[in-house]
Design a protein around this ligand. Structure first.
Ligand code: ADP
Ligand code: GN1
Ligand code: MG
Length: 367
């Protein structure tokens, strides 16, 4: 859903422990879920930026539990990085609200949070070089590694069944049966594609049920623009967008990296001939991810790395299609049929991965 609502950022910022004079704030980034702003303050003659976000509470039903996770995860990683001298660039840092909480709830029931702005970095919507793929995958691998020993018990599930592909498929079938916006006719090819591939949906959950792959703490939204790379050196600096950090499967994270970091086309590219899984990007992703995670991954997890790319791309494709059929109530859209365009690129990529799966498997063996 596109959100056009205006907020008084100056007054929202007053509720956080921010020093200096508020100068201005403006929408920032290209996330599909939250409302993100950069807020600029004058601190002793220097302009300092913050990221101020309104949590989408239609999607995240329990923002307090979510912020509890974010607080635990960021504090834990800060402790691990405490000797680096660079903690506030290497991990997200929350600015407390005036009352000491990690969020502020406004009169309309909106939940807000503020982060230190991680400067001199860039986030990419489209992968450009193999080194970026390596860096991004290494960063998410390190992220999983840091969280292996997070204290305090199981993290809250901020969206239950987030990567439960069979449940995602059921939701698609329901939206199709209802066809509440009369859109199924305009997506016949995509619907047929999804129905034909239904079978693969349950693979990872089955392996998990059989005890072949374990539950871990995972990020669950590892798309390329959720990691900030140093704008000069290109090194991965900071993993962001922690709303979905919760118990999950390591393969969900690797799969979403394959989805977002192997094709040279945008997620919503209309020219499908541009959409393809590029082997050299996959190789870089696998090397980067395994450089951080090979110490803890099981044999089966490693074996299913190529498959995970296909599955997660299929899953997100189904989610875009479901949202298109249901009238675009979940993902922000910026043009007509935006979700259908996004679905098409995903399904094209599924085909591309499928046609190269054997080679991808070979690649993993070589690494
Ligand atoms: P969404 O859940 O809507 O995707 P994100 O948390 O990913 O929201 O933030 C949206 C964008 O804002 C990111 O893609 C990134 O470009 C930018 N961003 C978020 N947090 C920071 C930060 N602490 N420093 C710099 N940029 C950030
Ligand atoms: C959303 O928040 P953002 O834009 O990083 C979505 C992901 C999808 C992604 C598709 C909470 O991610 O699951 O893979 O869009 N996040 C949520 O681009 O649903
Ligand atoms: Mg994001």
């Amino acid at each position: 859903m596109s959100s056009k609502k205006e907020y008084n950022l100056k007054s929202i910022c007053r509720n956080f422990q921010l020093t200096g004079d508020f100068l201005r704030a403006a929408p920032y980034g290209s996330g599909h879920i939250n409302d993100t702003f950069e807020a600029i303050f004058n601190q002793g003659g220097i302009k300092v930026r913050y990221i101020v976000q309104r949590i989408n509470h239609d999607i995240f039903k329990d923002p307090v539990a979510l912020m509890d996770n974010v607080h635990r995860v960021t504090s834990h990683i800060h402790r691990k990085l405490s000797d680096s001298g660079d903690t506030t660039r290497r991990a997200l840092s929350l600015i407390d609200a005036v009352d000491g909480k990690s969020f502020f709830k406004d009169n309309e029931g909106n939940f807000w949070r503020t982060y230190i702005f991680v400067e001199n970095t860039k986030s990419y919507n489209i992968i450009e070089t193999a080194d970026q793929a390596y860096q991004a995958a290494k960063a998410f691998g390190d992220f999983q590694k840091y969280l292996v020993d997070i204290p305090g018990g199981r993290l809250n599930e901020t969206i239950p069944n987030f990567h439960n592909t069979p449940k995602r498929f059921e939701a698609f079938e329901k939206a199709l049966a209802a066809d509440s916006c009369n859109r199924a006719k305009s997506a016949e090819k995509e619907i047929a594609f999804a129905l034909k591939k239904k079978e693969m949906a349950c693979t990872l959950l089955r392996l998990c049920g059989e005890g072949k792959i374990p539950e871990r703490i995972t990020h669950n939204d590892t798309k390329l623009n959720n990691v900030l790379l140093d704008e000069k050196t290109g090194e991965a600096v900071c993993v962001i967008d922690l709303d979905t950090v919760m118990p999950g499967l390591a393969l969900y994270d690797f799969g979403d990296l394959v989805r977002t970091s192997t094709s040279p086309a945008a997620e919503d590219e209309k020219d499908l001939s541009k959409v393809k899984m590029q082997m050299h990007m996959f190789e870089a992703l696998a090397k980067g991810y395994l450089s951080a995670s090979s110490s803890f991954l099981t044999k089966t997890e490693i074996e299913y790395l190529p498959f995970s790319g296909k599955l997660i791309t299929f899953e997100i494709g189904i989610r875009f299609l479901t949202d298109y059929l249901s009238g675009d109530t979940y993902f922000k859209i910026h043009r007509e049929r935006h979700n259908l365009d996004r679905c098409r690129t995903q399904f094209k990529l599924v085909e591309s991965i499928e046609s190269q799966e054997d080679k991808m498997q070979e690649q993993i063996k070589n690494i």
